[in-house]
Write a protein that binds this ligand. Sequence first.
Ligand code: PGA
Length: 253
Amino acid sequence: MRKPFVAGNWKMNTDGHTGTNLAEAIASATVEVAGQSVDVAVCPPFVYLQAVAGVLSASHIALGAQDVYIESKGAFTGEIGASMLKDVGCAYVLCGHSERRHVIGEPDELINKKVAAAISGGLLPILCVGELIEERQASRTEEVVTRQMKNGLAGLSAEKVSAVTIAYEPVWAIGTGLTATPQQAQQMHALVRKLLAQTYDGQLAEGIRILYGGSVKPGSAADLMRQKDIDGLLVGGASLNADDFVAIIKAAV
Ligand code: PGA
């Protein structure tokens, strides 16, 4: 009942030319599946959103941003608000990606405000959670993900939370070539769904999509997708190559 969802996070990559070419190649190779048997989104850098939106306008591929500010407008130099993202055609926005948490230093409380601002602004947030390698080695994985989930969704009504997608991305698997095994990922996805059921209700938890991210490649996508609670994939590196990303999309159908 949960439609698979594959999102590509381009991070700080591409330029106007390579970004639009990439979007065009993905759109033309997925005409038969995108938006029908699988939801697909790409998240280019802010400055290329509008150009990529133009390329995708005739497709069923959605546009996502990689971040959003907590206020909708005003004197916040350098920031981008949800209404601006809507204005250029975004449907989704990543909130609390591990690089925002661990490279830029965003705390749970700020991420929570971003999730809330995204929903208020009519965007669908993808809240990213996941543990560091030290935390996994110290058997703190469940504690960390539980805290990130609780704090990330704090104060949001069940109705608002139903707009959220969760992405479980173990930090040690992002960009490293190490993927969590399907069993390791399933265990954490089941925990995330259990937390949603406990905090809201079982029906809401059953309807929310939980994506896996961390070095997903064409060869690992199908096994991950076979897990009961893995509803889709958040893809970084492999989403920059049209053939690889299309193969991942097709493996998720
Ligand atoms: P990766 O990135 O696929 O390159 O590991 C995933 C992500 O950061 O979302």
